[in-house]
Write a protein that binds this ligand. Structure first.
Ligand SMILES: Cc1cc2nc3c(=O)[nH]c(=O)nc-3n(C[C@H](O)[C@H](O)[C@H](O)COP(=O)(O)OP(=O)(O)OC[C@H]3O[C@@H](n4cnc5c(N)ncnc54)[C@H](O)[C@@H]3O)c2cc1C
Length: 291
């Protein structure tokens, strides 16, 4: 199938882009790498009278180390993130999650902002942003604001962004102190969306106990989410005390909307989810202990 006809707009600045989105209302949609939007248009799951292409907006691209954080432009491709030394050293969780996204052809067009704004429940980047407590910078004709990752995802394929609002960049805290990171997922074939996945960030205090712990889950609900109960149970304990399989099961216990579809029942996803959390926890804590 081919998409329904649309007008194609290519603004030169982000201000111009949001003004166009405001003027055209729900008839318009921003397009970045097109790796999610184009299939939806081609299958006629969505139709818009106007597409506003973000490709000329250089201000949406780049990776900058800023003190204790790394800023990444929303229009930065997943491939550029994958190649970045700054991301590898300062935001290792993001670096490790990126090669799990689709295939390299997809990553060479797909963008950080597109993945976050598309908000697929099984996507890696929303879970990484949640796990790292990233700040998502947005621009609209009303000005700029920063949306904490915890408030960004509002449902399947829906976010806190207004219709005329663009993501411009994302601020990820840089790694700090003794810490470890891991992302694990299970998919039927390499490059497919995950049936279930987990991202773990763990930080140790001066006494070697777990001072910080974040467990992000994807593919296990309507949006990526945090396993708050498991995190709370871990903080203050000795890394050796925490039994990985128990953490996996605890992480699943707080979930009440695990999807059931042709890729797997909710029960199957819970079992896979517990296993990927356990595996990610083991790797992250091992890295932290040896840091
Ligand atoms: C075969 C295949 C396999 C894939 N596998 C995976 C996978 O395993 N994991 C995964 O996470 N993803 C996967 N993807 C999706 C891929 O990561 C997309 O790149 C990503 O979801 C969207 O990024 P994009 O830049 O292509 O956005 P687009 O497709 O251009 O846009 C997607 C949505 O985001 C909005 N948008 C884009 N940029 C902005 C912005 N700056 N501000 C506000 N809104 C914006 C658009 O309006 C649209 O609603 C796969 C895609 C394909 C085709």
């Amino acid at each position: 199938m081919k998409p329904a006809p649309f007008e194609y707009r290519v603004p030169d600045t982000a201000e111009e882009a949001v003004a166009l989105l405001a003027e055209l209302g729900d008839e318009a949609k921003a397009i970045a790498g097109g790796q999610s939007l184009v299939p939806m248009l081609a299958l006629r799951l969505a139709a818009f009278g106007h597409l506003v292409d973000l490709r000329r907006l250089d201000e949406l691209r780049g990776i900058e180390h800023q003190g204790q954080a790394v800023w990444i432009g929303a229009g930065t491709t997943q491939a550029a993130i994958e190649r970045s030394d700054a991301v590898r050293t300062a935001v290792p969780l993001l670096a490790r999650a990126t090669p799990l996204i689709g295939h390299f052809q997809i990553r060479s067009r797909g963008t950080l902002g597109g993945s976050l704004a598309h908000a697929d429940a099984a996507a890696e980047y929303p879970a990484v942003a949640l796990t790292l407590d990233a700040g998502l910078e947005a621009l609209s004709p009303r000005g700029r604001r920063t949306i904490p990752a915890a408030r960004f995802l509002t449902g399947t394929w829906s976010t806190a962004l207004a219709e005329d609002e663009l993501l411009t960049g994302v601020v990820f805290p840089a790694r700090n102190g003794r810490c470890g990171f891991a992302v694990e997922e299970f998919a039927c074939r390499r490059g497919d969306f995950a049936i279930a996945g987990a991202a773990v960030a763990v930080g140790l205090g001066d006494d070697g106990t777990i001072a910080r712990c974040a467990i992000g889950l994807f593919g296990l609900g309507p949006t990526a989410c945090r396993a708050a109960e498991a995190e709370a149970a871990l903080v203050g304990s000795e890394p050796a005390e925490a039994e990985a399989d128990d953490i996996g099961h605890l992480a699943m216990s707080g979930l009440d909307s695990v999807p059931s579809d042709l890729h797997g029942s909710a029960g199957y996803r819970r079992r896979v989810g517990a296993a990927v959390v356990a595996r990610a926890w083991r790797h992250a804590v091992q890295e932290a202990v040896h840091d």
